[in-house]
Design a protein. Structure first.
Length: 320
């Protein structure tokens, strides 16, 4: 049987503490898979997203001691979406696995994913979180609400709880790379390209070490990115809302005039209230339109999604 290469893509941001634990775990899983499937080969591709700690130093050490370790180190922090794209773009494998370094995505599931995909029945195997144990209640509420909202206004269905832990065929990876947009929302892109996907249900897992850099504000901005990327419904919403408020404002003005003519109090207050409400909604609608305009503006610049400052190849040449 011809050899098959599995690329393990791992975006990293300030993962100095957990990287040695992850490396031990992923190499153990790779060795077990190679015992059962001797034709399999592995490469471990880490993407250092401008980490401020010793992540790059750890990656350099791993690359020197293990030829299977590759890395791309960004010139600054470009965000996880850029990290995922860089990993997929630089992966050489017949299959590509994407997962986080913090061990919240258990590497022990990779053999099961491989069996699903290598059978030919699926192009992708991914994990879907079925519980949010250990997560703040407010964050869980807004996360669940996000999936309900986006699936009601978008033609692309996004599976609730779906994670970035995925095992994909080269065909699916190439399809994802054909989507060159600068503003990326991978959860939506994975769904948009299609392909049969098998989801493995998992419980929420705590980080093995280090601290999460995700917070409510970052998740909120990420959800807005997803809505703008896969739905134009907010544009229609702003138009309908503006139309309704214009009608309501006319009614309120008529009432205010009647009140003024008949001598009944409250006319001035009604006018002021109407102006404030109308002005606020105009600003809201302008903001919605501005969000889409800003995305178009960034796409028109055609800037690269990331800038690589170093790879394992350039580092090895330098230290020789």
């Amino acid at each position: 049987m011809n050899s098959e290469l599995i690329s393990v893509v791992v975006p990293c941001y300030n993962e100095e503490e957990v990287l040695p634990l992850f490396y031990d775990e992923i190499t153990k899983v790779a060795a077990e898979m190679q015992k059962e499937h001797s034709h399999l080969e592995f490469e471990f591709l880490f993407v250092n997203d401008g980490s401020k700690d010793g992540t790059l130093k750890v990656l350099r050490q791993l690359a020197l001691k293990d030829e299977r370790v590759r890395y791309v180190s960004f010139s600054r922090n470009f965000g996880k979406e850029a990290g995922l794209f860089a990993g997929l773009e630089n992966a050489k494998g017949d299959y590509v696995v994407t997962l986080d370094a913090d061990l919240q995505h258990p590497p022990k599931l990779i053999p099961q994913m491989y069996e699903y995909v290598s059978s030919g029945e699926y192009h992708c195997a991914g994990t879907r979180r079925i519980s949010r144990k250990g997560e703040p209640a407010l964050l869980s509420f807004f996360s669940g609400s996000f999936y309900k909202v986006i699936n009601s206004i978008s033609q692309t269905h996004i599976v609730e709880g779906a994670q970035d832990f995925r095992f994909m065929t080269r065909q699916m990876v190439d399809a994802i790379l054909e989507m060159p947009e600068y503003n990326r929302f991978s959860k939506g892109i994975f769904s948009w390209v299609g392909f049969e996907t098998k989801y493995i249900e998992v419980e929420n897992t705590e980080r093995a070490a280090g601290k999460s850099t995700f917070n409510f504000w970052k998740l909120f901005k990420y959800s807005l990115e997803g809505i703008c990327a896969f739905s134009t419904a907010p544009l229609a919403f702003s138009f309908v809302l503006a139309l309704l408020m214009c009608i309501a404002a006319v009614v309120m003005y008529v009432i205010a005039i009647v009140c003024a003519v008949t001598g009944v109090g409250g006319g001035t207050a009604a006018i002021i209230g109407t102006v404030l409400i109308t002005g606020g909604l105009i600003l809201l609608c302008t903001g919605i339109n501005g969000m889409y305009l800003s995305k178009t503006y960034m796409e028109s610049k055609a800037r690269p999604k990331y800038v690589a400052a170093e790879t394992e190849e350039t580092y090895k040449k330098r230290v020789k």
